[in-house]
Write a protein that binds this ligand. Sequence first.
Ligand code: AMP
Ligand code: ZN
Length: 491
Amino acid sequence: MNTYQNQHIRIQNSLTGKKELFKPIVDGFVGMYVCGPTVYSNVHLGNVRTFMSFDMIYRYLLHLGYKVRYVRNITDAGHLTDDDAEDKISTKARLEKLEPMEIVQKYTVDFHEILRRYNFLAPSIEPTATGHIVEQIEAIQKIIDNGLAYVANGSVYFDVLKYNETNNYGILSKRVIEDAIENTRALDGQSDKKNPQDFALWKRAEPEHIQRWNSPWSEGFPGWHLECTVMSTKYLGEQFDIHGGGMDLKFPHHECEIAQAEACNHKAPVNYWMHTNMLNLNGKKMSKSTGNHLLPQEIYSGENTILSKAFSPSVTRFFNMQAHYSSILDLSNDALLASEKGHNRLMEAINLLDKINSADTSTFDISAWKQKCYDAMNDDFNTPILIANLFDAVKFINQLNDKKASITSKDLDLLTSTLNAFTFDILGLMNESKSDNNTDKLSGTIELLIKLRAEAKANKDYALSDQIRNELISLGVQLKDGREGTTFSLN
Ligand code: AMP
Ligand code: ZN
């Protein structure tokens, strides 16, 4: 018997606006698609938050025993700043005098490195837009044949008004079509579109546009929304269980995905639409385009002007998990400091478990506590409530350690396995405090060098203090001088 047969998840479905019992199309199997990054710059912590929420969801589904096919794409072509402007990757390639695929490679490598640092599980399939041009051309032809797209000057546009005669454009975002027209009117006049709310399926490439492919309509490139429709259909079928992404993708991206899929296959593509909320910095959405962002590497190296110290990936992960995925989360130094305290308290309690002796009776109902952990996760993946439950266990472990409580050996096993499962397998935290001997030796050695450097500085031997700092940097050890002394981070 798989755990999912006893544990029933309810998901807040953006399509219906309701929290619904999750029932996969095929019992025991889950198909999940999440819009991946556009690889034209480094991912910031906001992007990471969204992907981390789905990593946690993926982890929980796996923990329950579902066979999950998790598809998260890489957008390596076609992401226009708006429908008539420039492609983000081509623009960056021209600015940096690089091949577009060099840009794609550079930032895909960066993305994977960040995911590795933050202990992400790899998705089952990570398809790219450029790897699915043929399928995108086929889908466009199908939409044209079904009378819902038209060719104009070598580009192909989706006919939103025509589609809306028989379907509901706005079914997900709840926008009425007139609002969509309002929002796109600025582009009117400079476009080949019949109507401003129409969106591009294929764009004829201007001479300076580098990424281009042959098609029946022109040498050009596919529109951004299309890749997700094509890749989700290819790998998960015409109808699948979960589609996710950040809230900001609901309109137009996901609305367009639904329209395209309906226009191709005459079916609603997704049963549960899930949207994660934004990570804010200084009260504003973290964003690449406005420059209001922190990069993950700036956080774990401590090299930034916003935070007082470096914060480890596991602490940052814990900080993210302390908020529900659908709430706005504000990043600040104080919030990270508080998370670090909580994170370390949890890890210290877990480390104590090895030292606890069992007794004849338990003074804490472990089975009931375990079910409360499941209840939290079953309630739309409520990680803050889960963490509150984990802290009930932390309190109990500390009482055990102080001999103010007792536990049977069977319950101790159950407590240990449950705490490990929720902390490491599901939340994906890392026990950085349970360092092995070598890590302790390394830290001790670096602390010694920090001390010697401080002494050199005090003796005004700046040549020596700089030498220590620079040689540590060349070994990948960053020092950061702060009010409370010098800290270090490894990269
Ligand atoms: P992009 O590479 O811009 O397409 O973004 C990748 C993912 O990150 C999308 O799902 C966005 O919704 C999400 N995202 C962008 N900014 C933020 C933010 N500040 N907080 C949370 N998620 C974000
Ligand atoms: Zn997408």
